[in-house]
Write a protein that binds this ligand. Structure first.
Ligand SMILES: *Cc1c(COP(=O)(O)O)cnc(C)c1O
Length: 410
């Protein structure tokens, strides 16, 4: 046998070189890799680590939802491919929720698209509308998927700074005129991750006006619309005059119903935009498990919903108060968010940047928070605390940080 032939076991032959596509090589280096390494080291040393880094609810999906899921999973009719266009019952439930909660009329068949989590829809919307070289307007700091989806589509990102002096709202008058003319999509997100900021009603109207003037599609991400405090009720972008003409809104059951693992969300708004997104998805995924879509119907329509939502907002509000009061006692000038489960706080004096502060806190106290830089260059100078442990643990985390800061700076 000729020894130049490829050996079936692959042994002793040269290894095939795997070269990822440019879009993969262009992905930002995973910012939290360094932090993850430090967390693992701390856990190995036996440190009692308190994780306030990731925005994932610590509480379970409510029983009334899980119960329905069990019933639906047991039905063989639900085991087949779901309809490409999404389950009518779920789309109707989303439309009914918009009517009841926001007084916005939606046509369930034309203006609602079912998603495998809103991250999925946000990641794919650019592929629907952006050609190579086109521009998207993206908030900075912001949820990283807006930029990554843009880059995957071959588009370029124009960053709109969210600054404290503007209450973390983008200033449309500061967007370069040429850029505005060229832009295809604009991502917005209120209540905002990571800043915890909320949008006043006139802001959405301004955004819709700006979008119309410049022919830009607005993609509003309202992942935190139901987690709000002190009686505040976040509004939908679609409530603003002209909004439905210029854009869509992404909503998700993830944070609203403690359902991050279930992967169920939706995009609603301008019919042509919804249609293109649905058509794109038809070609790459086959929809969301029917049992999960029926479970989503239960989440929205069961009267237990209102009590559940009031309860989780109350729970996060208590945690927020623990954190905000403790940070103020440390002399950190922090604003109490009216919504979301994040506290966005300035890095205390004496640290070079947010990464140094977060590393110091992790090493000294075993408390994990997120450096603002991870959300964009305008996130520098801040850190984010996720309110995802109970109030007692939150208080413990704050005590540790206070002691570490009192003991001296690096
Ligand atoms: C959590 C989050 C989402 C995504 O949630 P899904 O689980 O993918 O629905 C979207 N946007 C922001 C800002 C988030 O924080």
């Amino acid at each position: 046998m000729s020894n130049s032939r490829t050996n079936i076991s692959g042994k002793g032959v040269h290894k095939m070189h795997i070269q990822p596509a440019d879009r993969i090589n262009k992905l930002p280096r995973y910012l939290f890799a360094e932090i993850d390494k430090k967390i693992r080291a701390a856990v190995e040393k036996g440190v009692d680590v308190i994780k306030l880094g990731i925005g994932d609810p610590d509480q379970p999906t409510p029983d009334y939802i899980v119960k329905r899921a069990i019933e639906e999973v047991q039905k063989p009719a639900n085991h087949t491919y779901p309809p490409d266009e999404g389950l009518t019952e779920f789309k109707e439930a989303v439309a009914a929720y918009y009517k009841e909660r926001h007084n916005v009329e939606l046509d369930p068949e034309k203006e609602v698209c079912v998603l495998l989590g809103s991250k999925e829809g946000i990641a794919h919307i650019s592929a629907c509308f952006v050609n190579p070289g086109d521009l998207n307007l993206v908030p900075d700091p912001g949820y990283p998927v807006y930029s990554i989806g843009t880059m995957f589509a071959g588009g370029d990102v124009y960053r709109m700074p969210l600054l404290a002096e503007n209450n973390f709202l983008p200033d449309f008058s500061a967007v370069d005129k040429e850029v505005a003319k060229k832009a295809k999509l604009m991502f917005l997100n209120y209540p905002n991750n990571p800043t915890g900021a909320e949008a006043p009603p006139e802001f959405f109207a301004q955004a819709a006006q700006f979008a119309k003037e410049n022919n830009i599609i607005i993609c509003h991400d309202q992942a935190y619309s139901e987690i709000a405090y002190d009686g505040y009720k976040p509004m939908s972008f679609l409530e603003a005059p002209g909004a439905k003409e210029v854009g869509i809104e992404f909503g998700s059951l993830s944070k609203t119903f403690n359902m991050t693992g279930w992967r169920l969300a939706y995009a609603v708004g301008r019919a042509e935009v919804v249609e293109v997104l649905s058509r794109y998805k038809t070609n790459i995924d086959s929809g969301t498990f029917k049992a999960i879509q029926y479970t989503g119907v239960e989440a929205f329509t069961n009267p237990a919903k209102d009590e559940f939502q009031a309860e989780i907002s109350k729970m996060y509000q208590e945690r927020r108060d623990v954190v905000v009061n403790a940070l103020k006692e440390m002399g950190i000038d922090v604003r109490a968010p009216k919504a979301t489960f994040y506290v966005w706080a300035p890095v205390p004096k004496g640290f070079a940047d947010s990464t140094e502060f977060v590393s110091y806190i992790l090493e000294e106290t075993g408390v994990v928070v997120t450096p603002g830089r991870g959300f964009g260059e305008h996130g520098e100078g801040y850190f984010r605390i996720a309110l995802t442990v109970d109030a007692e643990r939150m208080a413990e985390a704050m005590r540790r940080i206070k002691d570490a800061l009192a003991a001296g700076r690096p």
